[in-house]
Each structure stands twice: as structure tokens, then as C-alpha cells.
Ligand binder design. Structure first.
Ligand SMILES: *[C@@H]1O[C@H](CO)[C@@H](O)[C@H](O)[C@H]1NC(C)=O
Ligand SMILES: *[C@@H]1O[C@H](CO)[C@@H](O)[C@H](O)[C@H]1NC(C)=O
Ligand SMILES: *[C@@H]1O[C@H](CO)[C@@H](O)[C@H](O)[C@H]1NC(C)=O
Ligand SMILES: *[C@@H]1O[C@H](CO)[C@@H](O)[C@H](O)[C@H]1NC(C)=O
Length: 231
């Protein structure tokens, strides 16, 4: 009986201990699962945060980049637009202000004294009052930098031909440009072109001369011309 009771007690105890163990195990499991759940939540939270951070980071980056891009683009676009319109305005003003003269040859005259030929010019096109043409001379009224160009067509078998652009100021002559051409012995037809930029003081007188008397020149408007414009 006691043994039975003892046996049943043992069984009971056993059962209780098993239950307790199961209980503890279960609790531990529960705890673990709770912890795992919490961990998972934490990880999820972290991940979400990370993703958000990434997205927001990306977004910020994008915003930054796009912002920068758009801003830069926008700014640079508007800046370049501003600059372009400013340049355009300056260009238009310069064009309005720009003084020029393009000359056609009227006739040529030989100066036996100094063994030269000069060309008398007439204005084909001009703008502004800054450049005055008088026979073989062009007088500069407004000082500044000028682009000067000239071409002469030679029909001569004299072995070398060419012309000189001279600036005279206060009685002092300065050679600005010299154009030289070797002429062939037969069918000697050669044009010589020269151009350059020079500072011309007010009162400067420009002259184109061929350092050879009685030079045979072809004075067609498209063959022989002379001109300058302010820069
Ligand atoms: C966050 O971005 C980095 C680098 O762009 C990447 O390596 C990482 O995997 C991203 N994380 C998530 C959670 O998207
Ligand atoms: C042209 O200029 C030269 C040099 O300044 C001068 O000697 C000459 O008299 C001028 N000719 C005319 C027609 O003005
Ligand atoms: C060039 O000069 C020669 C001889 O003076 C003449 O026969 C010829 O017609 C001239 N050429 C031109 C294109 O004027
Ligand atoms: C030319 O002469 C005038 C006076 O005759 C003088 O005022 C001017 O400075 C001179 N110009 C040059 C470039 O020498």
C-alpha cells in the first residue's frame, strides 16, 4: 500500500517533475521564441530603418544629385542663357557701333619720284563716321583696334610684285603689312592678300602702295580691294 502509495507518489513526483521540466523547457522555449521574435522585430526595424535610410539616403542623394544637377543645370542654363543674351546684346551693340569701310579701286597712279604706284579708292560699303576716304588715303577718326585687309591682283612679268600698307601719323610713316608675290615669267597673274589687326590712333592715315612705278594691276572690285573695321 505504502509501496503503492510510494509508487504512485514517485509516479506523481515523476509526473510533476516531467511537467515542471516540460514547463521550464516550454518557458525557456517561449522565452527564446519571444527573444527571437524581439530580435526579429529589432532586425526588421533595423532593416527597415536601413532601407529607409538607404532610400532616404538615395533620395537625399538623388535630391542632392538631381537638385545639384537641376540646380546646376538650371543655374548654368539660366546663367548661360543670361551670358548668351548678354553676349548677344554686346555683339548687337558692337555691330551697331562697329565702324567699317570696304574700298574698291577707282584708278592707279604712278609716282615716278619714289618709284611707286598708288590706288585711288572709293567706298563700296561703310558704316559710321570713324573712317574717311580721300583719294588714295583712309583717315582714321576714332582710335582703336582695327582689322585691316587688302588684296591686289598683279598682271606683271616683273619677277616680284607686292604692296605695302603704311600708317602715317604726325608725319611719321610706319609699315604695317607687306604682301610679296613671286611672279612667273609667262602668264603672270597673281593676287596678293594680307590682313592683320593694328591699333590705329586718331588721325592715322592709311595708304596702300605698290613699290614699283607703272605697276600693271587689275582693278576689278573682286580682284583688288582694301578695307578695315573696328574691333
Ligand atoms: C544600403 O545601401 C548599401 C549601399 O548602397 C547596400 O550595400 C545595402 O545592401 C543597402 N541596404 C539595404 C537594407 O538595402
Ligand atoms: C595721303 O597721305 C599721305 C601721307 O600722309 C599724304 O602725303 C598725301 O598728301 C595724302 N593724300 C591725300 C589725297 O590726302
Ligand atoms: C595682262 O597683261 C597682258 C599684257 O599686258 C594682257 O595681254 C592681258 O590681257 C592682261 N590680263 C588681264 C587679265 O588683264
Ligand atoms: C601727334 O601730334 C599731336 C600734336 O601735333 C600730339 O598731341 C599727339 O600726341 C601726337 N601723337 C602721337 C601718336 O605722337
Amino acid at each position: 500500500m505504502v509501496q503503492r502509495v510510494g509508487g504512485s507518489t514517485v509516479v506523481l513526483l515523476c509526473a510533476v517533475s516531467v511537467l515542471t521540466t516540460v514547463c521550464i523547457c516550454f518557458s525557456v522555449l517561449l522565452l527564446h521564441s519571444e527573444q527571437i521574435k524581439k530580435l526579429r522585430t529589432d532586425v526588421m526595424a533595423l532593416k527597415t530603418k536601413d532601407e529607409k535610410a538607404n532610400i532616404s539616403g538615395h533620395a537625399t542623394c538623388c535630391r542632392g544629385v538631381w537638385g545639384c544637377y537641376t540646380d546646376a543645370k538650371g543655374q548654368s542654363a539660366s546663367r548661360s542663357r543670361r551670358e548668351v543674351s548678354k553676349q548677344g546684346r554686346q555683339l548687337r551693340q558692337t555691330r551697331r557701333r562697329r565702324t567699317f569701310i570696304h574700298l574698291q579701286a577707282l584708278s592707279s597712279h604712278s609716282h615716278d619720284k619714289d618709284d611707286s604706284t598708288v590706288i585711288k579708292w572709293m567706298s563700296a560699303w561703310s558704316q559710321g563716321e570713324g573712317l574717311q576716304v580721300s583719294e588714295e588715303n583712309v583717315t582714321v577718326m576714332t582710335e582703336g583696334h582695327y582689322f585691316i585687309y587688302s588684296q591686289v591682283l598683279y598682271n606683271s612679268t616683273i619677277w616680284i610684285m607686292g604692296h605695302v600698307i603704311t600708317k602715317s601719323l604726325n608725319g611719321t610713316g610706319t609699315k604695317l603689312m607687306k604682301c610679296v608675290k613671286n611672279m612667273p615669267n609667262d602668264m603672270a597673274l597673281n593676287s596678293c592678300y594680307t590682313a592683320g589687326i593694328f591699333f590705329l590712333e586718331s588721325g592715322s592715315v592709311l595708304e596702300l602702295s605698290v613699290p614699283r612705278k607703272s605697276a600693271d594691276l587689275i582693278l576689278k572690285p573682286y580682284s583688288t580691294f582694301f578695307g578695315l573695321f573696328s574691333l
